[in-house]
Design a protein. Structure first.
Length: 345
């Protein structure tokens, strides 16, 4: 089969590799769609601490069941599925308290195990046993389903924010994650959503979505504009969805007194210690949250919601490529001219 194999920093090629052989407790999935994630890009450019040998990346994927181990039940050949990449142990303190995404022993498909940038992917027994293979409603397209992983991470983050009818929301970063935040915030009832980005291309792409204000923060002062849009108060909720220390600092400035700030995007290792005006947190009585991924216990919520058709994630897909052109997709994903790029092995 064809697979995109990562061998080291900036060393990745499409290769012919054997189709995985499964055990009696595993499942083989024929991949239909696998989206390129920002984590894949960072791994390609800088490596990843979990990857010590050749690895097939890709953790945002969907497909159909191709083979089922004899000890596995609940699936049929040809069934449409998506696979939750994070595999919780189910036994640690955090798993036992519903925080599977913070599991002390979590393994990840695409990093600890080969992932979805291949024609077939083997789902390891620990993932099968943990319930990480999710059956899909017939009305969801497999390419849309490939985006459920980041959409569920956004869901996990926003569950902390109490966005409701009348809430004003600012999102810094107009990439696909920022747009997913906007889509969910609107559905939760947000009355005013402002999206900020320093890229004119991203501003242009975001203008086609249900956002009240899309602002180039390189051209306009983000603090002044935020006060203008909120009658001088600042936003109820501010979400940072880009890898930017300055955006994290600005978020504290544009949140209203008593507001909430979510740091959804992390910073690069070695560059995550930054200067923040903590007096803003103190005197404005801000609540600052972090958010990291999602748990497999949250996916049925997002799958069932997307099946209603109220949001169509396919709008976020701007490029679709075959596996032989996957490297072109990685290069394109590092520009501002695309949103989600999906590879079809």
């Amino acid at each position: 089969m064809k697979a995109l194999v990562f061998r080291g920093v900036r060393e990745m090629e499409v290769e012919d590799v054997p189709i995985p052989t499964i055990s009696d407790n595993e499942v083989l999935v024929k991949v239909d769609s696998c989206a390129i994630c920002g984590t894949d890009i960072r791994t390609f450019n800088y490596g990843h601490p979990k990857i010590k040998e050749a690895r097939i990346l890709g953790h945002e994927f969907s497909g159909i069941v191709a083979e089922i181990g004899k000890n596995v039940s609940g699936f049929t050949i040809g069934g449409k599925v998506m696979v939750v990449p994070g595999i919780p142990c189910g036994k640690c303190y955090f798993c036992q308290h519903g925080l599977q995404n913070l599991c002390d022993y979590r393994k990840i498909i695409g990093f600890d195990f080969d992932g979805g940038f291949a024609e077939y992917v083997k789902i390891p027994s620990i993932a099968v046993e943990a319930g990480n293979i999710k059956l899909l409603p017939s009305n969801l397209s497999l390419k849309e389903v490939a985006l459920i992983e980041p959409f569920t991470a956004v869901y996990n983050g926003q569950n902390q924010l109490d966005i409701r009818i009348g809430t004003t929301v600012a999102i810094i970063g107009a990439g696909p994650i920022g747009l997913m935040h906007a889509l969910q915030a609107r559905f939760r009832g947000a009355s005013k959503i402002a999206l900020f980005d320093i890229s004119e291309e991203r501003v242009g792409l975001a203008s086609g979505f249900d956002v009240d204000f899309v602002i180039n923060s390189k051209r306009e002062d983000i603090v002044q504009k935020s006060l203008e849009l909120t009658n001088g108060r600042g936003f109820d909720v501010v979400i940072v969805s880009c890898v930017s220390s300055s955006a994290q600092a600005q978020a504290l400035q544009i949140a209203r007194k008593g507001g909430k700030v979510l740091y959804f995007a992390g910073l690069p290792h070695g560059k995550s210690v930054i200067e923040l005006d903590t007096n803003l947190i103190h005197y404005k009585q801000l609540t600052v949250f972090g958010s990291n991924g999602s748990g497999s216990n949250q996916y049925e919520d997002t799958i069932n919601f997307l099946a209603t058709g109220k949001i169509n994630l396919s709008k976020l897909i701007t490029t679709e490529l075959s596996i032989k052109d996957a490297l072109k997709g990685f290069e394109l994903a590092q520009t501002s001219s695309a949103l989600k790029i999906v590879i079809h092995p």
